[in-house]
Design a protein around this ligand. Structure first.
Ligand code: TXA
Ligand code: MG
Length: 319
């Protein structure tokens, strides 16, 4: 079922079952974070390895303090500025957070999502919602209720319909090491905005072996079809030569020689925020096209372009 019935969503969650929830970043697959059985069924439904910890969603910073200790001053400032919003903080967890949520780590990932329906739902619950993106593990994150329905619709009883996600990229994940603010995942909140509040930060988003973030796996967000990154003109010439059906994902450019239905420009005005909003839906559309391979280009390495490029690189076919 897809609908906007908050009492129904609440009833299902209170029973220990799962509901897909809208956020400004991507849709989440949500369950009671304090109930280890509900959390286990999130991992099972997504087919996600259980060493990959989950983010808990709360309605406010005040509510977050029921689940974490000693919020460092710099991170508190970030929460005050950017919550509700696409920012996740790694904070020392209280003992009421079950091990299965954090994969046994000392820190729990917390955020206040910026979506009116989900904020209303959270305000009515007696527990936080653990929620990874509502897609099968490794596939592209969902940015509309129909994306969720297409892949997990038969496994979950309710999808709360909050329309299309207005940011379209997962939250930026931030924590502290010693006295330094560290970004573990690039995302919908631009680094420059974070730096405008707390000064220079360190970015550690690429090491898949990083013990602080075991889930930030290198290959992720991937379409089923081969996804190749490079110079589009060169790639197009190569695949025309080979006589292979291809699809094209660009920032702004369109290619007269490629059928209209086989190409998507993320933002004809080269607005990287707009490009971020369209990215995952475009990857899905091209994955469902009749092409056998998707050709794509990197964005300029500035603003949200960095986070988009992170997703494009993780989606790219290796080797
Ligand atoms: O925008 C978002 O963050 C979305 C929406 C639904 O809130 N959620 C999301 O969740 O992207 P997920 O599970 O797909 O990605 C969460 C990432 C994982 O890579 C995980 O490894 C990392 O957060 N993470 C979670 N808890 C952590 C922890 N305690 N320490 C380090 N990394 C953690
Ligand atoms: Mg995910």
């Amino acid at each position: 079922m897809i609908g906007q019935d908050i009492p129904e969503a609440k009833r299902i969650l209170n029973a220990g079952e799962l509901v897909a929830i809208p956020t400004e970043t991507v849709y989440g697959l949500a369950g009671n974070a304090l109930n280890p059985v509900a959390v286990a069924s999130i991992f099972e439904t997504k087919n996600r390895p259980s060493f990959d910890p989950l983010i808990i969603h709360v309605p406010s910073l005040v509510e977050a303090e029921n689940y974490v200790n000693d919020i460092p001053a710099a991170l508190r400032k970030l929460a005050e500025h950017f919550w509700p919003g696409p920012l996740t903080l790694l904070l020392p967890r209280k003992s009421n957070i079950p091990d299965i949520v954090t994969s046994g780590l000392d820190r729990v990932a917390v955020r206040v999502p910026d979506h009116p329906l989900t904020l209303e739902l959270l305000a009515q619950l007696d527990f936080p919602l653990a929620a990874p993106s509502a897609n099968p593990f490794g596939y592209i994150s969902p940015t509309s209720p129909k994306h969720v329905d297409a892949q997990l619709g038969d496994k979950i009883s309710y999808i709360l319909n909050g329309g299309k996600c207005k940011v379209g990229l997962e939250s930026t994940i931030v924590g502290m090491e010693e006295d330094e603010v560290v970004v573990y995942r690039l995302g919908g909140l631009d680094i420059s905005e974070i730096e405008s509040i707390v000064g220079k930060v360190i970015v550690k988003s690429h090491s898949s072996s990083n013990p602080q973030a075991p889930g930030l796996l290198e290959s992720h967000y991937a379409p089923a079809k081969p996804f190749l990154l490079g110079n589009l003109e060169t790639l197009i010439a190569e695949y025309q030569e080979r006589n292979v059906d291809f699809a094209v994902l660009s920032l702004a450019q369109t290619f007269p020689a490629v059928p209209v239905g086989n190409q998507i420009a993320l933002s004809p005005q080269t607005d990287l925020k707009e490009a971020a909003t369209h990215l995952f839906a475009a990857m899905r559309t091209l994955d469902e096209s009749n092409a056998v391979v998707i050709l794509a280009e990197l964005m300029p390495e500035e603003g949200l372009g960095k986070a988009i490029n992170d997703r494009l690189r993780r989606a790219a076919t290796k080797g």
